[in-house]
Design a protein around this ligand. Structure first.
Ligand SMILES: [Zn+2]
Length: 114
């Protein structure tokens, strides 16, 4: 009977290990969700610091903020090139993308090129 008991114990062990594996997966999933929350909060903190920098406040992160500003300038130049290739421009009033050969902005009605 000792042999049968060993088999039962072995089977129970496998079941327990399976439950543990499921529990570990659940816990790791919760850990991942919390890490995602932290990343999101880091992002919000970063955005708040950058907004303060743009508003002229001393943040203590001037160098990093300057790098963001430099990237924004590059993005702006690249967007201008895209608009040029699409033969479009930006509405001077609302910023809407409008084809150069149209007379008025389709969004706000401002005359194109003014
Ligand atoms: Zn417009």
């Amino acid at each position: 009977m000792a042999f049968l008991d060993d088999i039962k114990r072995f089977g129970k062990n496998i079941t327990e290990k399976g439950k543990d594996a499921i529990e570990i997966t659940k816990l790791n999933s919760q850990i991942g969700a919390e890490k995602d929350k932290i990343k999101d909060l880091y992002l919000k903190i970063g955005e708040a610091v950058y907004r303060a920098y743009v508003a002229g406040e001393t943040t203590g992160y001037e160098e990093l903020c300057a790098q963001i500003r430099a990237s924004e300038d590059v993005i702006s130049e690249l967007n201008d090139k895209v608009l040029e290739l699409k033969n479009s421009t930006k509405c001077s009033n609302c910023g809407n993308e409008v084809p150069k050969d149209t007379a008025f902005c389709s969004k706000c009605g401002t005359k194109v090129g003014e």
